[in-house]
Write a protein that binds this ligand. Structure first.
Ligand code: NAD
Length: 479
């Protein structure tokens, strides 16, 4: 049983108001953890202690910070298995996916350490004689971070590591459904990171709100739903804190004249059903040429039927449960609504009963055909193992459907036609675009979205540092 409270100034605080529990979503009667809420009234002090730590840390040379953060990563890697188990126990994904999440997270982190270690800035010539201009970047200060439950390690690490390596302190609130992995990461920081640099606060919306509106923060990085993203954006705006928001998606793959349908469907199935569809980059719409639709549907149905649902700790499990009952009900009601609006259920379409785990929050891998772009299931993020197949005649129509939602996270095109590929790259209204492969991102590429999927700098990649630093112009007269 995981048992944690607030982590502040290098220590676990034993006080705390009420407590809350987490459970194994494959078998909710099994409690996974017991946690003490951070009192919202204590957030300002936690933030100001972080500032005191940051003032020292920010003065250290970037290469020295990078060395220390590198050591922190080595400590995390040494605890890789317990951290992966914590992901699966609370989030439910298969243990292989949890190990993969941690491994990817460490690869991304090491890339960001190498970025942060380099002295950033540039020398620019001056319009005046005898003057040299510099553009310098400095640590932003104290970063507040709020993260969701679907990637209990990857998302927090995308914030913790760049924050630290660029010279900031960070106060992070993990999801109340999956805090264990972050608590294990905080434990790994003992005797490596200076006290106060990494502060962990625990709880739900009230703690998140108190953090987002704290006057002491210089930047807020949030990953989660659009609705909550909007609300924390407003709170941070009161203090004019910089924001980076990463929110949901309604990602689609267009299938157009591809010569390898099998490979294409393997990629789509992986992107749609991994983490039981609870990935912000999950493909949830397949926009297919009318003439290919029946082959595509048959191929998706075959692949959907091959998943083995179960407890993520069982090595034979290939799809875990959804996170909680309310989410299971939401996914099911979106599918029902789709059917009522005229979609044709081809496979799945109901909660799944797994023998020995009858109370688990499992949902059958689902394919809906004859979906039209205006249906709710084609517009709203489902965040479950549900693919909607939408047919089209002309490529321009496919592009209109692709861009016809409020989201703009990720898109894919499977095509052999160079003109279609170029047109897709020009007009797809998404932060990340994939041609002839699924939506799994690289470890060093900018990650983020536009429209309702994101605001501000992307995480990961060279440009991530723009959020974690401030820019300064300096003029040096030497003659
Ligand atoms: P959520 O928005 O409900 O919660 C996210 C975090 O915000 C949690 O820590 C939660 O406790 C906190 N929170 C909730 N209400 C709050 C409030 N009023 N003020 C401050 N904080 C509050 O999201 P979720 O259900 O945890 O995660 C699923 C969502 O996250 C999906 O929409 C998914 O697409 C999105 N997501 C996006 C990305 C990305 O990179 N774009 C990555 C992962 C998940």
């Amino acid at each position: 049983m995981y048992d944690y409270g607030t982590f502040a100034n290098g220590k676990w605080q034993s006080d705390g108001q009420s407590s809350f529990a987490t459970w194994n979503p494959a078998s909710p009667a099994q409690q996974a953890g017991r946690y003490r809420h951070t009192a919202p009234s204590s957030i300002d002090t936690i933030v100001s202690d972080a500032r005191a730590a940051q003032e020292q840390w920010g003065r250290r040379p970037p290469v020295e910070r990078a060395r220390i953060v590198g050591e922190f990563l080595a400590r995390i890697e040494a605890k890789a298995e317990p951290i992966a188990v914590a992901i699966t126990r609370e989030q439910g994904k298969p243990i292989g996916e949890a190990r993969g999440e941690l491994a990817k997270s460490l690869r991304e982190a090491r890339f960001m350490v190498s970025q942060g270690a380099q002295a950033d800035g540039s020398v620019v010539n001056s319009q005046r004689r005898g003057v040299r201009n510099l553009v310098i970047r400095r640590p932003r200060g104290v970063i507040a971070a709020i993260t969701p439950w679907n990637f209990p390690v990857l998302t927090p690490m995308r914030k913790i590591v760049p924050a630290l390596v660029y010279g900031n302190a960070i106060v992070l609130k993990p999801s109340e459904f999956t805090p264990a992995a972050v608590c294990l990461i905080a434990e790994a920081s003992a005797n490596v990171l200076p006290d106060g640099l990494l502060q962990i606060v625990l709880g739900g919306a009230d703690v998140g709100r108190a953090l987002a509106e704290s006057r002491g923060i210089d930047g807020l990085t949030f990953t989660g739903s659009v609705e909550v993203g909007r609300s924390v954006y407003q709170l941070a705006a009161r203090n004019l804190a910089e924001v980076s928001l990463e929110m949901g998606g309604k990602n689609a793959a267009i299938i157009n004249d591809t010569d390898d349908l099998d490979r294409c469907l393997d990629q789509i199935t992986g992107a749609a059903y991994q983490c039981a569809g609870q990935r912000c980059t999950a493909i949830s719409r397949v926009i297919v040429q009318e003439r290919l639709a029946s082959d595509v549907i048959a191929g998706l149905v075959r692949r959907a039927g091959a998943f083995r649902l179960g407890d993520g700790m069982d090595p034979s499990t290939t799809m875990g449960p959804l996170i909680h009952k309310a989410h299971l009900n939401r996914v099911d009601s979106l599918v029902r609504q789709g059917i009522e609006e005229g979609a044709r259920l081809v496979v799945g379409g109901a909660p799944a009963v797994v023998s020995g785990l009858e109370d688990g929050f499992f949902y059958q891998p689902t394919v809906l055909a004859d979906v039209r772009p205006e249906m709710v299931v084609a517009r709203e993020e489902v965040f479950g193992p549900v693919i909607s197949v939408i047919a089209y005649e002309e490529f321009e129509e496919a592009l209109r459907i692709l861009n016809g939602t409020e989201y703009g996270l990720t898109s894919a095109l499977f095509s052999n036609d160079n003109r279609c590929i170029q047109r897709f790259l020009d007009v797809s209204a998404h932060g990340m675009m994939h041609v002839n492969h699924g939506t799994i991102p690289d470890d060093h590429m900018p990650f983020g979205g536009i429209r309702n999927s994101g605001v501000g700098a992307y995480s990961v990649g060279r440009s991530a540092g723009n959020f974690y630093t401030t820019e300064h112009s300096a003029y040096l007269q030497y003659e």
